[in-house]
Ligand binder design. Structure first.
Ligand SMILES: Cc1ncc(COP(=O)(O)O)c(C=O)c1O
Length: 469
């Protein structure tokens, strides 16, 4: 078979055998699929040899680029030792080293080198220090929810059986995560299967649910959360929130002080705070974790996506000793946290994550990000004058451009117009791969993108928006 026939055969096989996620397959069957065969730096190559700039980091996971030598080598080295063994009743070397590194980074220690056994520093019981592994963002959230729920049972506090979450929230696709989700398009159909939760307004200033404007509103959405907690905290185990950016909800950036306000409310009303940093973690917002922007320490943090640099599935739910300690007891007390997945703490993924975190230090990834963020922010200011650009928002290298039918009335495009997709397809014609969220054009390239490639990405997207509008 010639190469062209082989490629055509692959396309046919894809359509015959694969059901793609979050994809209307009827549309997919009518399209020519892009099938990726290779990647390098910020680019991905499809089977016919065309390269695309990876404008959404292969679904928000890639950090240091594709085929990053240090991560490639770490995985190869680990393969020569062992690829997987279970964490149920056993441990493994990379998972242990990674747990230490994650805790040190998260506790803000500058010393992230492996510790000397003679000088293990005591850990602050109120800071995040115990790592529970799983293998994707949704499961990291399931773990957090079950952990928070069971914590109150062991504390003998009755009735804290549900959660408070935000409108426009997205925490994953498993049923617990969907229960605390708040995006009707994705979640409503499953409502008969979900547990009941309390909700609070989304801090979505461009389309304020309370019809107020920031800053005159004095973050009234936070007050509403306070009202819900005051009335119902006896039933609420935890508040779950995507700190600073509600990502899948449309890159909704919360106003300054909002996150800190949520932390204060959780403390005031004696509910745990779960920070879902699956999307925002590992430098995306310009700091290692989004919580750092407002000096917030949650009781539980969920990490995944960028943890391995976008190489392998891995997640970590990290909590405090204070929470961990209430699960300790005699075997017969059944205080055990009965949760665990087959690939929990996978050694290959842990080795990739260790290499990914080393690169952050070695290449000063966060420091080098700052000029890129500035370029993005200047460009966003420019593009906000373009007709039909209703709102632009970003934190760090996560950005959303909300397109509207009418700029004065903020009238949205009907979903069926697929305006975000039209922009994405246009960009694709010009060598940039992006994936929108409804009417919001998303920009989230790997943190390692060069300034030149970032400028190229932004130019293609601007041209696409102008052309489609
Ligand atoms: C904030 C947040 N939480 C959880 C998830 C779910 O992660 P996964 O797709 O790895 O299950 C996502 C995915 O986009 C996310 O953005």
């Amino acid at each position: 078979m010639g190469i062209l026939d082989e490629n055509k055969h692959l396309e046919d096989l894809d359509k015959r055998y694969i059901w793609h996620p979050f994809t209307q397959m009827k549309d997919w069957l009518d399209e020519k699929p892009i099938i990726i065969s290779e990647g390098r730096d910020c680019f991905i190559k499809e089977i016919y040899g065309r390269w695309y700039l990876d404008g959404v980091s292969s679904m928000w996971v890639n950090i240091h680029g594709h085929r990053k030598k240090e991560i490639d080598d770490a995985i190869k080295e680990q393969i020569d030792k062992i690829s997987h063994s279970t964490m149920l009743g056993l441990s493994n070397v990379p998972a242990i080293k990674l747990a230490e590194k994650l805790v040190k980074i998260i506790q803000g220690s500058s010393k992230t080198k492996p510790s000397n056994p003679q000088t293990l520093e005591p850990l602050n019981p109120l800071l995040l220090s115990k790592v529970f592994y799983s293998d994707n963002g949704s499961t990291s959230v399931e773990v957090a929810l079950k952990m928070a729920f069971q914590y109150w049972i062991h504390r003998r506090v009755d009735g804290k059986v549900t959660f408070l979450s935000l409108n426009n929230a997205y925490h994953g696709d498993t049923l617990g995560a969907v229960s605390v989700g708040g995006i009707d398009t994705f979640h409503k159909v499953f409502s008969p299967l979900l547990f009941r939760t309390y909700d609070a307004p989304s801090p979505y200033c461009y389309r304020c649910e309370l019809e107020l404007s920031y800053p005159d509103c004095k973050t009234a959405c936070l007050e509403r959360m306070g009202d819900a907690l005051r009335e119902n905290s006896s039933e609420i185990a935890a508040v779950i929130i995507e700190p600073i950016v509600q990502a899948a909800g449309g890159m909704i950036v919360s106003p300054p002080g909002y996150l800190k306000g949520v932390r204060d409310l959780c403390t005031k009303y004696n509910v745990l705070m779960i920070a879902d940093e699956v999307a925002t973690g590992f430098g995306r917002t310009g700091r290692m974790f989004a919580c750092e922007h407002e000096d917030v320490v949650p009781d539980i943090i969920c990490l995944s996506k960028g943890i391995t640099g976008g190489y392998l599935p891995l997640a970590a739910t990290i909590t405090t000793d204070e929470i961990y300690n209430v699960f300790l007891g005699k075997f017969k007390e059944l205080k055990t946290f009965f949760h665990g997945h087959s690939y929990t703490g996978n050694p290959l993924a842990s080795a990739a994550a260790l290499a990914c975190l080393d690169i952050f230090e070695k290449e000063e990834t966060l420091k080098n990000l700052q000029p890129k963020i500035e370029i993005l922010e200047n460009w966003l200011k420019e593009i906000s004058d373009v007709p039909h650009v209703g709102d632009v928002r970003n934190k760090g290298l996560m950005a959303g451009i909300e397109l509207v039918k009418d700029k004065n009335t903020k009238k949205p495009y009907p979903l069926e117009e697929k305006i975000g997709w039209k922009v994405a397809y246009h960009a694709r014609e010009n060598g940039v791969f992006i994936r929108p969220l409804g009417n919001v054009v998303v920009i989230m390239p790997p943190l390692s993108i060069s300034i030149e490639n970032l400028q190229q990405l932004l130019k293609v997207i601007k041209d696409a928006i102008i052309a489609v509008m």
